[in-house]
Design a protein around this ligand. Structure first.
Ligand code: NAP
Length: 220
């Protein structure tokens, strides 16, 4: 059994802990932050996002603002349904879409494969979404050793709940988005402070007007 990938989460958030205005692309990174984010992509074998990030942000998930190769693009989409024109399913790198057994749709699979996209279906989690553990096993079996998770909120929450985030990298923008912005995280099931995941080996850097906080995740 191959070892599971080392997982880094990289996000940009507002000072009040929101990754976006609800339902819309919200570029919070500075130019330096984008360079850093692309350098992170180049340093990983694969970059993973959730289906809603593809639907809302339509990211290219390629390396453009830094030197280096494009990582494998991975999208978690339980039904395999993604917008036809999404960048992640077209040129500029290889893409793997992972669906959930019992929800993955045959016609969506056929459309993706006809567009040259690799498709895999793995075990669902209790909510019928792609189980984090199964996705990581699949990626490990495909030789992915370093995985960058770029969001959104639901996917990062699932990885943290599964205790599968090794390193966290958060670019904090000096903006307040307020409600109903999308909170960086949903429930982690933390009922007491001593059970909250924390960061160690923390570094703090300025990225123009923003601040980059990075550290290794420690689970209680
Ligand atoms: N600031 C940043 O750095 C940043 C980065 C990325 C995204 N964003 C923002 O985040 C927002 C999208 O975030 P989001 O939380 O709504 O959605 P998301 O995390 O991008 O995607 C969630 C969707 O992924 C699919 N999924 C499959 N397996 C999953 C699993 N195990 N756990 C969680 N989701 C799984 C589900 O859709 P199916 O049922 O279709 O499978 C789920 O609804 C957008 O507004 C975007 O702009 C911000």
């Amino acid at each position: 059994m191959p070892r599971r990938p080392y997982v880094t989460v990289h996000l940009a958030q507002s000072l009040d802990g929101r990754v976006a205005l609800d339902g819309m692309a919200t570029p919070l990174s500075t130019a330096t932050g984008r360079e850093r984010a692309h350098a992170e992509r180049a340093a990983h074998d694969a970059v993973l996002v959730g289906a809603s990030t593809v639907r809302i942000d339509d990211p290219r998930l390629t390396v453009r603002n830094a030197p280096g190769d494009h990582p494998l693009r991975v999208v978690l989409a339980s039904t395999l349904a993604l917008p036809r024109g999404a960048h992640a399913r077209s040129g500029g790198g290889k893409t793997l879409v992972i669906g959930a057994a019992g929800r993955a749709l045959g016609e969506e699979r056929a459309l993706l494969e006809a567009a040259g996209v690799d498709v895999a279906v793995v075990a669902p989690d209790p909510d019928g979404r792609v189980a984090v553990e199964s996705a990581l096993e699949l990626l490990a079996a495909r030789g992915i050793e370093r995985l960058l998770v770029e969001g959104g909120s639901k996917v990062v929450t699932s990885f943290l709940r599964a205790r599968r985030v090794d390193r966290l990298s958060i670019e904090i923008a000096m903006r307040l988005l307020g409600a109903p912005g999308t909170a960086t995280l949903g429930s982690l099931g933390v009922g007491a402070l001593e059970h909250a995941p924390s960061l160690t080996n923390v570094t703090v850097e300025r990225l123009g007007d923003n601040v980059l906080v990075r550290g290794d995740v420690v689970y209680a």
